[in-house]
Design a protein around this ligand. Structure first.
Ligand SMILES: C[S@@+](CC[C@H](N)C(=O)[O-])C[C@H]1O[C@@H](n2cnc3c(N)ncnc32)[C@H](O)[C@@H]1O
Length: 429
């Protein structure tokens, strides 16, 4: 059975260079779907751990192997080195299974694999001590973190980005005080109605999942709706939400009884959103359409844009960006973000509030885009955010804009890299 999980990892890595999304290559693998939940979790952890550390692993393999090998042999080594250095697999098991996998390439290949892996096992402590975590972060991201925060912060962000992520669970307000959620979900309270737990096992099997008493939502991503709640303390604003699926923020808007219109371009993601709405027994007007083509004369008290972005703030959850060689087209993302922002302005009523968020700390897709929109639209102004609007949770506030970073709540596992900024139609009060 163990050989089977490693064989599936091996097959997955052999196809990984041509696609760009770990969910597609793992979940769609024909033998993966037949695994039990424990083995599925193992395969995912192994592949994602390899993606996170792939640049360091490449260096180590190159150092020990000297000669150039074909990609399939390198993939066998990658799977073994990932386990030896970064997982709890016993060294002998990682080596033996990889040597078995290599036998079909001939005895000289399996001797070569065996020799390298035994050397890595012998030098393990020394290798671990000399690892530079930041070498795994693409230069353009690391430099941007350094420029916007500091060298020290960038190194800390890199360290946090390579860790296994926690799972944050947002409990419905009405049920939060009624049960001991930390005990029920085997986690710890973070802030608000959030419980943080280890990301293991099947989410669907956790208590009160089917009853819809909670949903998955990262701590950082609760910030935009917390701002909306505090800004519209009284009343029930009409909110237009752009880029809604899978729906963490939509559900949070719904639990406040806001009147929500949710726009989502992707059919597949809209299905996920509908499932989440039905499980939690909430209702919205869902528009499964490209917002750029959507026509309406309605005005809204609030527009929330959770824009498509580089995802560079959630590397620990989506480490694809560290592995796939396809260069991320940042220019294209920025122009999509700008287009959404520009169009959304026309739906705001006078004094209405626009909330813009991205799970990225890269300046071009966060503050720069906001300044550009303000520069070109003089009847809109920046609402300078302060601690009060976010219930004084731990974040960085720079020039009235919010940055949650992996060093916020660091002793509790950190936060996603997440940016939030607000614009008001008209003069600020
Ligand atoms: C960051 S994700 C949203 C996450 C979501 N707000 C949540 O909290 O679960 C961005 C979403 O924007 C959607 N999107 C991208 N371009 C869009 C467009 N032109 N119109 C509507 N939705 C769009 C994407 O399909 C994606 O689901």
């Amino acid at each position: 059975m163990k050989l089977c999980t490693r064989k599936i990892c091996f097959d997955i890595l052999n196809t990984a260079d041509v696609t760009s999304n770990h969910e597609r290559i793992i979940d769609k693998h024909k033998n993966f779907t037949d695994l039990n939940s424990r083995d599925k979790a193992f395969v995912k952890v192994l592949i994602l751990t390899f993606f996170r550390w792939n640049r360091s692993i490449e260096k180590i393999i190159n150092k020990y192997s000297k000669k150039k090998s074909e990609k399939k042999i390198i993939n066998i080594l990658r799977i073994a080195v990932t386990q030896i250095l970064f997982m709890r697999t016993a060294d002998y098991s990682a080596v033996n299974i990889s040597v078995s996998l290599s036998k079909k390439f001939g005895s000289s290949v399996s001797r070569f694999v065996n020799a390298i892996l035994r050397q890595v096992c012998r030098d393990k402590q020394e290798i671990l001590k000399s690892l530079k975590r930041e070498e795994n972060i693409p230069d353009w991201i690391f430099k941007n973190w350094k420029k916007n925060f500091s060298s020290n912060s960038a190194v800390k962000f890199a360290h946090q980005s390579l860790k296994e992520p926690f799972l944050d669970i947002k409990v419905k307000k009405e049920f939060f005080k009624k049960k001991n959620w930390s005990k029920l979900l085997n986690g710890k309270p973070l802030f608000g109605e959030l419980i943080r737990k280890n990301n293991s096992g099947l989410i669907e099997e956790l208590p009160f999942f089917s009853a819809g008493y909670w949903w998955i939502q990262s701590a950082a991503s609760t910030i935009p709706v917390t701002i909306i709640e505090n800004y519209f303390k009284k009343g029930s604003p009409k909110v237009l939400e752009i880029g809604s699926a899978p729906g963490g923020k939509t559900l949070q808007l719904c639990e406040n009884n806001f009147d929500v219109t949710a726009v989502e371009i992707s059919k597949k993601r809209a299905v996920k959103l509908k499932e989440n709405l039905s499980r939690t027994k909430f209702n919205v007007k869902l528009i499964n359409e490209d917002f750029n083509k959507w026509k309406s004369r309605q005005k809204y008290d609030c527009v929330l844009i959770d824009a498509p972005c580089s995802g560079s703030g959630v590397i620990n959850k989506q480490p694809d960006i560290l592995y796939f060689k396809r260069k991320l087209n940042l220019e294209n993302l920025i122009s999509r973000q700008e287009k959404l922002l520009k169009k959304s302005l026309r739906f705001l009523r006078k004094n209405g509030l626009l909330v813009y968020s991205v799970c990225s700390l890269i300046s071009e897709e966060s503050k720069d885009i906001i300044y550009k929109i303000l520069e070109n639209n003089k009847d809109f102004s920046l609402l300078k955010l302060d601690g009060k609007l976010i219930n004084n949770i731990q974040v960085k506030i720079i020039d009235g804009m919010i940055y949650s970073t992996p060093t916020c709540y660091q002793n509790k596992g950190g936060m996603d890299g997440f940016f939030v900024s607000c614009i008001i139609k008209g003069e600020k009060n």
